[in-house]
Structures are given as structure tokens and as C-alpha cells.
Design a protein around this ligand. Sequence first.
Ligand SMILES: C[S@@+](CC[C@H](N)C(=O)[O-])C[C@H]1O[C@@H](n2cnc3c(N)ncnc32)[C@H](O)[C@@H]1O
Length: 196
Amino acid sequence: MQDRKRADYYAMEARRLGYPSRSVFKLQEIQRKWKLLKEPILDVGAAPGGWTLFVLRTLGLGTRIVAIDLENLDVKTPPGCKISFLKGDVFSQEGMEFVKQGGPYGCVLSDAAPATTGNRVVDTSRSYNLVLQIISIAEMNLAVGGNLVLKLFQGGDAGKVRERMEMIFGRVKLFKPRAVRQNSMEVYIIGMGHRP
Ligand SMILES: C[S@@+](CC[C@H](N)C(=O)[O-])C[C@H]1O[C@@H](n2cnc3c(N)ncnc32)[C@H](O)[C@@H]1O
């Protein structure tokens, strides 16, 4: 399918299924392939909430999820759901403490991305800093055997990220889901089987 048509298709499908963003299809493809979701879940860069809702629909409405983002979630969840959300920054002390309280996690998800400037060097370096922060968070808060799904912008530092991940996970894969636009720098690095 042509890239543009495919993008429209995913946006329409997301709307039809009640998801606030098309990002959900990236996680859906990753989950179909590797079955990585394990409770409790930490969802970093969760807004507007597509991945959070996908986790609830996949693992069940009672799944414990801790979510953090600079922006608010925009999903309606049924009463009784065990979602704790902080509108905050993963680099802040408050953010780090909030995340720690809900752990250790079976799976850490991060679709977090810095606001892009269009300057490839600036964007990849911001993404790299965010990715390093999230790897540190995963290292401190993942249970033994836990998994990490992490978005990064491909660039000079992707190799270094992979090396770091290989030190703390049994298996590491780089994956570009079909729902990612062809011209996007976005890719996912997946760590399976955390070994502290
Ligand atoms: C592509 S969106 C995530 C989409 C989400 N997975 C979904 O399915 O709806 C990326 C998010 O990362 C968040 N983000 C970027 N930097 C962050 C930071 N330092 N701390 C927390 N969230 C951050 C942004 O606010 C943005 O909402």
C-alpha cells in the first residue's frame, strides 16, 4: 500500500476502534509478534493514551498500569481500572519517584518522543537523551525477565543504544512496524528478558 494511503488507513482504523492515536497499531504489531506485555505495565510518553487503552483491551480491564506524560491522557476508561497517571516529565525527580512506586514492572513501554524541530541532528540527539533516560528507568524498575519496548529515532547513536540494551536483556531486536511512515526516522528497539 502507498505510504500516504496506509497512514490514512491507520488513522481511520484507530478512530473506528475508539483509539485516540494511530500509534496503537505499532504496539499491536509488536505484541502479535513477541507477546511482550506482562503486568504491571509502565507506559512512558502515554498521551493521548492509545497504548494504554490497547494494554487494557489486551490484558484485561483490571491490568495495573502506571502512565506518565507531559500531556494529559485523552481516553475514557471504565470505573475500577487500575491506572495511575502523572502529568509530568520522566527527567524530573517527581516523575522518577512516581514511576518507582508502581514497580517492579513486567513490561516498560515507551513511545515517548521529543517535539521534533525538523533538524535531523537536533531531533536524533534529543531522542537519544530521552532513550538513555528510559533505559535507566527500565534498568532500575523492571522485574527480572521483564521486557522493554522503546521508540528511538534512527541515527548515529542507534548502535550505542543497542549495545547498552544487549548488556541488560537476553535478546534485543530492532523493529520498524508497518504503521510507521516509510520516511520516518522512527524505529523501535525491543529488549526481552531483563537480566539485571
Ligand atoms: C507519540 S506520543 C505517544 C503516543 C501514545 N503512545 C499513544 O498511543 O497515544 C509521544 C509522547 O511522548 C511525550 N513525551 C515526550 N517527552 C517526554 C518526557 N520527557 N516525559 C514524559 N513524556 C514525554 C509527549 O508529550 C507525547 O505525548
